[in-house]
Design a protein around this ligand. Sequence first.
Ligand code: AMP
Length: 247
Amino acid sequence: MKTQADRTAWLTGKPPCITPPNQPQKGWRLVLLGAPGVGKGTQAELLAVKLGACHLSTGDVFRAAKTLAVCDRSPAINAALDYMRRGELVPDDTVLGMVKERSDCLTCGGGFLLDGFPRTVPQAEGLAELLGQLGVKLDGVLSYELPLEEVLERISGRRVCSQCKASFHLVSLKPKVEGVCDHCGGRLFLREDDRPEAVRVRMQTYEKSTAPLIDFYERKALLRRVRCGATPDVTFARSLQILGVSA
Ligand code: AMP
């Protein structure tokens, strides 16, 4: 059975990366786009297992930093966490700096699935420049699409594991035991930035800053639109079909 690649190097910024034994020679290099709540993180987890590529979420890096003692956080990370708590985007320079510190993850033979980055056109330009310097090409950009009312419904029911970060939903992806992660037994919680007041800010931010990325990648002929289905499995099957990967 395939398992997810080890993400310690990405989350902590500290090499070495322990790659899984089934890692392919040349992995997929993809960016995943989509409004908060479309289920992009779940698709990234499913694709990571199927394609053997590492799931690189910038949101997870910030959440991992939150568990550090205040004295172990850099001033830049502390400032970033304040933006995150308010549901606002962390400044581009901070995010780009953090990704550059982890550029080993972008040259890894197993490939990568960027989730939540880039979030703005300047970040996409910064990523293109960085990948150019590293001699790495993107294989594509998957844009997950869903009407706004459904997005809001999904976010309010989302629960995340405090240990392994797996995502569940109170209606569409219930854990076997209420409040407990199926995979590791960790406690499930409502993310601070999934609270209604933060969600409103995140949706406005998405429309203003992230939606223009769709045009940006369309112009580069990298965009592949994925209509989100009723369940994560349906969306996953569509993603594989679009990538031309057998299920
Ligand atoms: P996510 O889990 O991707 O929804 O990210 C959670 C929060 O982390 C966001 O609401 C932002 O505050 C911050 N964040 C994550 N990735 C980025 C990014 N690429 N640019 C700016 N802020 C980010």
